[in-house]
Design a protein around this ligand. Structure first.
Ligand SMILES: Nc1ncnc2c1ncn2[C@@H]1O[C@H](COP(=O)(O)OP(=O)(O)OP(=O)(O)O)[C@@H](O)[C@H]1O
Length: 361
C-alpha cells in the first residue's frame, strides 16, 4: 500500500508544502540544498513532526489491514497515528547501534519489540544480516565493526522490523569514499527486493541516480522537479537540479525564425529550431571548448569569458566562467596548464550549435 502525502507543515518561519506519493517497492530519492526541507519531510513521514494542513496516509499497521491505507496524520479531522504504530523503519547517517548488544541482538530488536519470541527474533536477524553480507559478524559487538559494516547492520535492523515505509536520511554521508561505494551497492541490492515504500534523502546525486526509481528535488520547502533519473538528467528544469546533474542550463525564448535568446540577452545558435517559444537550453560542460584567442572556422557559439574557478578531479577539470553568460566547461587537466586557467584568466568559450539542446519550459 502506498504512502500519500499532500499537505504542509511549519517550523518557525519555514514552511514545507508538498504532494508526494511513494508506491510499494519504489525508492524515491529526495534531494535539495541545505535547508530545503528534506529532514522536515522525513520527520513528517515518521510522525516526529505533525502536519499543519492537509493529510498523510500510509499502509495499515497490522497484518490484517496490510492491503489498506490508513490516515496517519490529518489535522483537520484530528487523525494522528503515533510514530511507533506507523511501521516505519529509519536509518540515519549515524547507525546508532546499541553498544551493549551483539550485532544479532541489535537487529533482533525490531521483531522482538513487535512481540516476536527470542528464537524467532534471532532467526529474522540472521536472515537480514545475511542479505547485507554480515552473517559472519552476528556475534560481534558493534564497537568491533567498520563504519560501513555498522551502517549495513543499521539497515538490517530497520528492515528486520518489517517496515512498510523505510526512511533513509543521508545513510551514506558519514562513510569515507571507498566504503561509500561498497555500502551503496549493498543498499541498492537490498532495496531491489524490499517490498515496502522507501524514501532516501541524500546530498549525493550518485546515490540518487544509482539507487532510486524516482527523484524529487526540493527547494525552499517546495518541490521543484520530479522525474526518473533519466528524465532529470536529460531534462533538468531548475538551476539546482542542473548543477546536481552537471549540466549548463538557461531559460530562453525562441522567436519565429528559430533564434534562441537566453534570459540575460545572449543569442545562441541551435541546430534544430525549438518547437516552443519558452524553452530550457542545456549544454554539457564537456561540449564547451576553450581557446586563448577567438577561433575562426566552423559556425559555432562563441563568447569571451573570464574564469571564476577551476576544480580539478583526476585528469579533468571543471572551469566556471562568467561574462555575457555564465558557463561551466569541462576540459582536460592538461588544458588547464596549457591555457593557464585560473581565476581572472580571459578565454574564448565555444559550443557547436549541434551541442545545444532545447526543450519546452
Ligand atoms: N525545530 C525547528 N524549529 C525552527 N525551524 C526549524 C526547525 N528545524 C528545522 N528548521 C528550519 O527548517 C528549514 C528546513 O530544515 P531541514 O532540516 O528540513 O532542511 P534539510 O533540507 O534537511 O537541510 P540539510 O541538508 O542542511 O540537512 C531550515 O530553514 C531550518 O532552519
Amino acid at each position: 500500500m502506498s504512502v500519500h502525502l499532500d499537505g504542509s507543515t511549519r517550523r518557525g518561519d519555514f514552511t514545507l508544502e508538498l504532494a508526494l506519493d511513494v508506491e510499494p517497492g519504489e525508492v524515491v530519492a529526495v534531494l535539495g540544498p541545505n535547508g530545503s526541507g528534506k529532514t522536515t519531510l522525513v520527520d513528517v513521514l515518521a510522525g516526529l513532526t505533525g502536519l499543519t494542513e492537509g493529510a498523510l496516509s500510509g499502509p495499515g499497521g497490522g497484518a490484517g489491514d496490510a492491503a489498506g491505507a490508513v490516515g496517519w496524520d490529518a489535522p483537520a479531522s484530528r487523525t494522528w497515528v503515533a510514530p511507533q504504530q506507523r511501521r516505519v523503519g529509519l536509518v540515519l547517517a549515524d547507525p546508532l547501534l546499541f553498544p551493549h548488544l551483539s550485532v544479532r541482538d541489535n537487529v533482533a530488536f525490531g521483531p522482538r519489540s513487535r512481540g516476536a519470541g527470542r528464537a524467532t527474533g534471532r532467526r529474522t536477524a540472521d536472515a537480514e544480516l545475511a542479505t547485507v553480507g554480515l552473517a559472519d559478524r552476528a556475534g560481534a559487538r558493534p564497537s568491533t565493526l567498520s563504519t560501513g559494516q555498522a551502517q549495513r547492520v543499521a539497515l538490517a535492523r530497520a528492515l528486520a522490523g518489517e517496515p512498510r515505509l523505510l526512511l533513509l536520511d543521508e545513510p551514506l554521508s558519514a562513510l569515507d569514499a571507498e566504503t561509500r561505494v561498497t555500502t551503496r551497492a549493498t543498499l541498492a541490492a537490498r532495496l531491489r527486493t524490499f517490498e515496502g515504500c522507501t524514501v532516501l534523502v541524500t546530498h549525493d546525486p550518485l546515490d540518487a541516480l544509482t539507487i532510486a526509481d524516482r527523484l524529487v528535488f526540493l527547494d525552499a520547502g517546495r518541490v521543484v522537479q520530479v522525474g526518473t533519473p533519466h528524465e532529470v538528467v536529460s531534462r533538468p528544469r531548475n538551476p539546482y537540479v542542473a548543477r546536481v546533474v552537471g549540466l549548463n542550463l538557461w531559460r530562453a525564448t525562441a522567436d519565429a525564425t528559430g533564434v534562441v535568446r537566453l534570459d540575460g540577452g545572449a543569442a545562441v545558435q541551435v541546430a534544430e529550431p525549438p518547437d516552443a517559444a519558452d524553452v530550457w537550453v542545456t549544454v554539457r560542460p564537456s561540449a564547451v571548448a576553450l581557446w586563448p584567442q577567438e577561433p575562426h572556422g566552423s559556425p559555432r557559439n562563441g563568447w569571451r569569458l573570464t574564469v571564476v574557478a577551476v576544480e580539478l578531479a583526476g585528469q579533468s577539470a571543471r572551469v566556471s566562467l562568467t561574462g555575457r553568460i555564465d558557463l561551466v566547461a569541462e576540459v582536460t587537466a592538461a588544458s588547464v596548464a596549457e591555457l593557464s586557467l585560473h581565476p581572472g584568466t580571459e578565454v574564448w568559450a565555444t559550443v557547436k550549435a549541434t551541442e545545444v539542446s532545447t526543450y519546452a519550459a
